[in-house]
Design a protein around this ligand. Structure first.
Ligand SMILES: Cc1cc2nc3c(=O)[nH]c(=O)nc-3n(C[C@H](O)[C@H](O)[C@H](O)COP(=O)(O)O)c2cc1C
Length: 276
């Protein structure tokens, strides 16, 4: 609609990662998955669509995000679009990410974080500041997700009884009862893509895992440490949290009792198989 209103040419990649609509000044080409390519006269199409837009109906704008590879198409309400244009206000996410409460600047370099991060299973009793938790959650929210549908959910567990129950659901690993406990769950129903359920399930597992990884790195960047808990009983966690969502991992965060150097890894040469 935006393209047609502006008389401009362009390409729309649809969320199935296959279908595209190419709008040229003369012809608009629809390459839709499962259908042969068909074309329409752009001027005619424009006339029809703009006429349709004038018939009273629920207005829906197609909003194309300028992503590098797969612009995602989402439907937003008309008011949302004008709001986006009119206000230059920061979103809560941006505000949290850009807040200036960073204590040690040198830790914020990504490669420093990567090369110094070390898991901790012993946390000291110091309370983790709320602003740091906000930053960690905001960092999780910046992770890429399949189709940008954010197919995951985070449970931030503050309740001590719930933390104790999670210890039991995690094969009795005591350090799960840590200052900050985040349970990352898969939410495949959020992913509105026409793929088989097993693919959506896989996407949501990857979404939840990536988000947890971003949160873990953010925690390190803030001078905290963490332990990733993958040994979990999904059914028990569902009952504890009162959700039907499957947990993929628990991230336990706090100030480390002792600062330790990072663990060694296999040689990079052994890790990479080059296919030439
Ligand atoms: C998928 C996954 C599952 C893990 N599950 C557990 C777990 O259940 N309990 C635990 O103590 N550590 C767990 N860990 C933490 C790893 O043991 C730890 O990250 C690894 O030893 C490397 O140490 P580093 O994080 O300090 O580099 C898990 C890590 C990953 C990535």
């Amino acid at each position: 609609m935006k393209f047609l209103k502006k008389n401009s040419a362009g390409r729309i990649d649809l969320e199935d990662y296959v279908s595209t609509i190419l709008i040229n000044s003369d012809v608009t080409q629809f390459n839709l998955k499962g259908s042969r390519t068909f074309e329409a006269n752009t001027v005619e199409l424009q006339k029809k669509i703009l006429e349709f837009a004038n018939i009273p109906h629920e207005p829906q704008y197609i909003h194309v995000h300028p992503k590098e590879f797969y612009p995602s198409v989402t439907i937003t309400k008309e008011e949302d679009v004008s709001e986006e244009k009119d206000t230059k206000e920061k979103s809560l996410l941006e505000a949290i990410l850009s807040s200036e409460t960073q204590p040690s600047k040198q830790l914020s370099d990504l490669f420093t974080i990567l090369s110094t991060r070390r898991s901790t299973r012993k946390f000291d009793k110091t309370k983790v500041e709320d602003w740091k938790v906000d930053k960690i959650l905001a960092a999780a929210d910046t992770a890429p997700t399949a189709g940008n549908f954010q197919g995951f959910q985070v449970f931030y567990v503050k309740n001590n009884k719930t933390k104790e129950a999670l210890v039991e659901a995690a094969n009795n690993q005591p350090y799960v009862n840590s200052p900050v406990v985040l349970v990352f769950c898969m939410d495949p129903d959020r992913i509105k893509m026409k793929f088989p359920p097993n693919i959506l399930e896989k996407f949501s597992l990857q979404d939840a895992t990536l988000a947890a990884a971003y949160a873990q790195l953010a925690a390190s960047g803030l001078g905290l440490s963490s332990i990733w808990i993958g040994m979990i009983d999904e059914e028990k966690i569902k009952t504890i949290l009162g959700t039907e969502l499957r947990a993929s991992s628990i991230l336990c965060i706090g100030y480390p009792d002792k600062k330790k150097p990072p663990k060694s890894r296999r040689k990079l040469k052994e890790l990479v198989s080059i296919i030439e």
